[in-house]
Design a protein around this ligand. Structure first.
Ligand code: COA
Length: 208
């Protein structure tokens, strides 16, 4: 099974076809929570839509251009963290971008901070990328806190780049470079991986 332990009973695991029903159920009960920030949620109407998402992600994984990981607490799927558009170090750009969402009832425990930390280790230490971005709506303070906590810099604002219903919204670009992550990761692990809310046996996640 491709994935990694996050400590405290949490782990990341590649989403596979047989997770479609569970993923749809999680998405379905989080619609109101996700809609303001992730307008794709209304396009997910059935298990078949979740399956199509997983199959697309498995294709990205096979091509080395991205992946989608389920965040599991014990046997329960509680969120998703994914990577799109991985450019390999031999490409001109060597960058990518991370997206994520968590079940409303599991917020506020540092779960996503921890999951993104493990993904950053994979992208920088294993895949040797040079730069990673997170794009966030300016009003999404909970989400902005994650790159800010992890040492990303806010580099700018993309005007009307995201579709929200009938309108368009701005996104902020946060980014971190490989050398910045080398410096930030020890501080992050020291500061956040001791968090008691995540679990007493918290241990750093190994690269995926
Ligand atoms: C964005 C989202 C994933 C953030 O979830 P979250 O639970 O707030 O984020 P984290 O898992 O990093 O937890 C941070 C919170 O846990 C607390 N915490 C507890 N232990 C912690 C630890 N060891 N490490 C870090 N934070 C910890 C922090 O104080 C913070 O609490 P606060 O929000 O009350 O200040 C979630 O709100 C979500 O899914 N939102 C809807 C979808 C969305 O916006 N996706 C992103 C689009 S860009």
């Amino acid at each position: 099974m491709w994935g990694t332990e996050l400590g405290g009973g949490l782990r990341l695991r590649l989403l596979e076809r047989h997770h479609a029903e569970t993923l749809f159920a999680l998405t379905d009960r989080n619609r109101d929570h996700l809609r303001p920030w992730l307008p794709w949620v209304d396009g997910v109407r059935s298990v078949a839509d979740s399956l199509a998402f997983i199959e697309d992600a498995l294709g990205r994984f096979a091509r080395g251009t991205g992946y989608e990981l389920g965040i599991w607490e014990g046997e329960e799927l509680v969120g998703v963290v994914g990577v799109r558009g991985i450019h390999s170090p031999t490409d001109f750009t060597a960058d990518t971008s991370i997206g994520y969402w968590l079940d409303a009832g599991h917020q506020g425990r540092g779960i996503m901070t921890r999951a993104v930390t493990a993904v950053l280790d994979d992208l920088f230490l294993t895949r040797r990328l040079h730069r990673v971005e997170i794009r966030v709506a300016p009003e999404n303070h909970r989400s902005r806190a994650i790159p800010e906590r992890l040492g990303f810099r806010m580099e700018g604002r993309l005007r009307e780049v995201a579709r929200y219903g009938e309108g368009w919204g701005d996104l902020l670009i946060y980014a971190i470079l490989d050398r910045e992550w080398q410096t930030a990761r020890e501080r992050v692990r020291e500061q956040f991986f001791r968090g008691e809310k995540v679990g007493p046996d918290a241990s750093p996640g190994s690269p995926l």
